[in-house]
Design a protein around this ligand. Structure first.
Ligand SMILES: [Zn+2]
Length: 349
């Protein structure tokens, strides 16, 4: 079979090749102060196809970030419309159904400890799947999104504000019982300012739940530039767990628990990263195949490639699940979510 046929136009606009920076060029460069530790020294690590930025790693705390940091207008171009999928549908229906089943467990976790008509905000709510499910449980749900297109088709019970940053959304002080930022934080240009805003709008003692890929995970280290969760150049930052916890404490949060198991993210991350690393299939081909396309559109790959991808999905998923259970046992999840409380009265910024 041929595994390297090119995609039809437009079917994988958001896949950029990633390669390791040559060892001879991995010498420390001066960059803007690190938002976690303040160091201005970093080491170039990855080249990203099609953009002038590189991903550099802070020599002190290990935070990965794009350098130079692109401006907001440039970042907007990293997200073609199809990134968000059709209103209400991001994946093919079978996968969509699985996403919803796994989602039910996820919602139980997110709503644990909330009482009565607790007020909840989802930052980067997209099509509002989380908010719809939380509304079913009787909570008052709010969402903020940068993209009107992404929020289209969201649950009408969710009060959604469209704003370029959380600060621009204009929520009052101490307004929310809980703020969720689920696989969105790494996409935002100013992590400290985002945390300061969340601190301000959370009630004292309110709960904050943040999920990010874990740049210090074995999945990230073993698969390097092939790691599925790198998602360059859209992920402006790559957080090692220790750096994330550090940043939370510095911005007035007390981390309470760290969760290393994600059925939705972590086994798939193993399978897709392994395919990126060891096959000549296009980068993130499995993800592209599972991603919803407009009805009647051509499938993204020829039949033989699609059969291979389904084969690897079926064979790889149990292996990926096994590795995920191992990384959970070692508290080294490929993606992690941290539950924290707003710990001090004033934002330290
Ligand atoms: Zn740093």
């Amino acid at each position: 079979m041929s595994q390297d046929e090119s995609l039809p136009p437009g079917s994988s606009l958001y896949e950029h090749g990633v390669t390791e920076v040559a060892a001879s060029e991995r010498t420390s460069v001066t960059v803007a102060a690190c938002p976690v530790c303040g160091s201005d020294e970093a080491t170039p690590r990855f080249e990203i196809e099609g953009v002038p930025q590189r991903m550099v790693v802070c020599t002190k705390c290990g935070l990965g970030r794009l350098h130079p940091m692109p401006d907001a207008e440039t970042v907007r171009h990293y997200y073609p419309n199809e990134y968000y999928g059709e209103p209400g549908i991001k994946f093919q229906s079978l996968v969509e159904r699985l996403v919803r089943i796994v989602g039910a467990r996820h919602i139980s976790f997110l709503s644990g400890g909330l009482r009565g008509r607790a007020r909840v905000l989802d930052v980067g709510c997209g099509r509002g799947v989380i908010l719809g499910a939380l509304a079913d449980r009787g909570f008052e749900v709010h969402g903020v999104e940068v993209s009107e297109g992404a929020a289209r088709g969201a649950d009408p019970r969710a009060e959604i504000r469209i704003a370029p940053t959380l600060a621009d959304a204009g929520y009052p002080d101490a307004f929310f019982d809980q703020v969720i930022i689920w696989h969105v934080f790494e996409h935002l240009e100013d992590p400290r300012a985002t945390l300061a805003s969340i601190h301000r709008i959370l009630k004292p003692g309110g709960r904050f739940i943040i999920a990010v890929p874990n740049f210090s995970s074995r999945q990230a280290r073993l698969t390097g530039p092939a790691w599925f969760h790198l998602d360059l150049p859209r992920h402006l930052y790559q957080f090692p767990l220790a750096a994330l916890n550090d940043l939370l404490r510095q911005t007035g949060f007390a981390p309470e628990s760290v969760h290393h198991f994600s059925l939705r993210q972590n086994p798939f991350g193993w399978v897709q990263s392994a395919l990126n690393l060891w096959t000549r299939l296009p980068r993130n081909a499995l993800y592209t195949l599972l991603h919803h396309r407009a009805p009647g559109a051509q499938p993204p790959y020829e039949a033989a490639t699609r059969r291979w991808l389904w084969f690897w999905l079926v064979v790889g998923t149990p292996i990926g699940l096994g590795l995920t259970l191992l990384e959970t046992a070692f508290r080294n999840g490929a993606t992690v979510h941290v539950v924290a409380r707003r710990s001090s009265a004033a934002s330290p910024l």
